[in-house]
Design a protein around this ligand. Structure first.
Ligand SMILES: *Cc1c(COP(=O)(O)O)cnc(C)c1O
Length: 393
């Protein structure tokens, strides 16, 4: 019975009993290779022993105490994230959306305290996705998510992705920040050109704007670097949003910022009841232990390159089914010639879980712990589904 749930999802008729590593075990008794990872969330796969141990140990001690008190594990996780990035300060919340909303508040407050309160507009990119609140959908400007939800939140201008000239032209006296996903996820796995990221930094410096990266999907090792923008030299942001992979399946969001960008957020200006609670922080620290452990990201990069080459060959063999491979690391998209949703359903029936995205793209978001065996297994399934599709066409 699903009738009591609001009808907001077109769910597949499939439920899972448990997971182990890169596999999910359905209540139908079947095993599925999970290249969806709950939409880039279970970055270390399912039931990772280090995460299970961290969560269960913390569960027996203290779940929640509120941000009225110090939370030492949160201080530790913030320091580790700062150490590994451009940031000086971290704010923990519970989801990507909250990180986005908090970053918009941080931006407005920053310009308020530096005496430029008229600067509030944030430039975003077409194809962006920053979450589903009223401000989130307005920021991305995607009619599919906005229709029927007016009046729309003001304060955003959307320009073409990877187009510096258009972006520069959009900067006006009321512009405060530029917000970009270094690799667009929902928008169809579209990577920003590394030069575009460097140019964004230059434009932000020139006009005194904050540069905000939404790394909610592409961060936490997904591209083979801890943060996707780290592939580009001299392109560090002032603010960065994290969520999804940060908790390995436990809901955590985070806003990372430089000391300067964060200076408007004095005590009392922003807050959350659940954010950064001891259970969440135990999980976040456990994820950091693994992802920043020796050789981990190098192995992600190595396996990702193998997967990329195998997918390129697949596309080459089935040009009538697939148009191209794109993305970075283990955040890859297979742009289809047609009917990505149909292909996703057939892949699922054949035992491989993937995620849809815009531009007729199938998202492949395997856990970062996969090895060559899972690459081969996924390719076997992709090959058989593509062959059947080509034969039927
Ligand atoms: C998923 C996602 C969000 C929203 O995160 P939620 O936790 O679903 O609110 C924002 N930005 C990007 C890039 C995302 O992938």
């Amino acid at each position: 019975m699903t009738d009591a749930l609001m009808n907001t999802y077109a769910r597949a008729d499939l439920a899972f009993d448990h997971g182990e590593g890169a596999y999910l075990f359905g209540t139908d008794g079947r095993r599925y290779l999970d290249f969806a990872s709950g939409i880039a969330v279970t970055a270390l796969g399912h039931a990772h022993p280090h995460l299970v141990a961290a969560l269960t140990e913390q569960a027996g001690k203290l779940w929640h105490c509120s941000n009225l008190f110090r939370i030492p594990a949160g201080e530790t996780l913030a320091a580790r994230l700062a150490e590994a990035s451009f940031a000086d300060r971290v704010f923990f919340c519970n989801s990507g959306l909250e990180a986005f909303e908090g970053a918009v508040k941080l931006t407005r407050r920053y310009f308020d305290v530096i005496g430029q309160p008229d600067r509030h507009r944030i430039i975003t990119c077409q194809g962006a996705f920053h979450g589903r609140s009223l401000m989130g959908i307005a920021s991305a400007g995607n009619p599919k998510y906005m229709e029927g939800f007016g009046p729309h939140a003001p304060g955003f201008s959307t320009v073409a992705f990877n187009n510096l000239n258009e972006l520069r032209d959009a900067v006006t006296d009321d512009t405060a920040a530029i917000m970009v996903e270094p690799v667009q996820g929902e928008g169809g796995i579209r990577p920003a050109a590394l030069q575009f990221l460097r140019d964004l930094r230059t434009v932000c410096d020139e006009f005194g704007l904050l540069l905000i990266y939404d790394e909610i999907q592409c961060g936490m090792g997904r591209t083979g670097r801890l943060f996707a923008h780290q592939w580009a030299e001299n392109a560090a942001p002032d603010v960065m949003l994290l969520a999804k992979g940060l908790g390995g399946g436990f809901p955590i969001g985070a806003i990372l910022a430089t000391e300067e960008a964060a200076k408007g957020l004095a005590p009392g200006t922003h807050g959350t009841t659940f954010g950064g609670n001891p259970l969440a922080m135990a999980c976040g620290n456990a994820v950091m232990d693994v992802v920043t452990g020796p050789g981990f990201l190098e192995e992600v990069d190595r396996v990702a390159r193998i997967l990329w080459r195998r997918l390129e060959a697949l596309v080459g063999r089935h040009p009538q089914v697939f148009a191209e491979v794109r993305g970075a690391g283990l955040m890859l998209g297979l742009r289809c010639q047609a009917d990505a949703p149909g292909l996703i359903a057939r892949l699922r029936e054949a035992g491989l879980l993937t995620v849809g995205a815009a531009e007729n793209t199938i998202r492949l978001l395997p856990p970062l712990i996969i090895g060559e065996r899972q690459v081969e297994e996924a390719l076997d399934i992709l090959e058989s589904v593509a062959s059947a599709q080509a034969a039927a066409a």
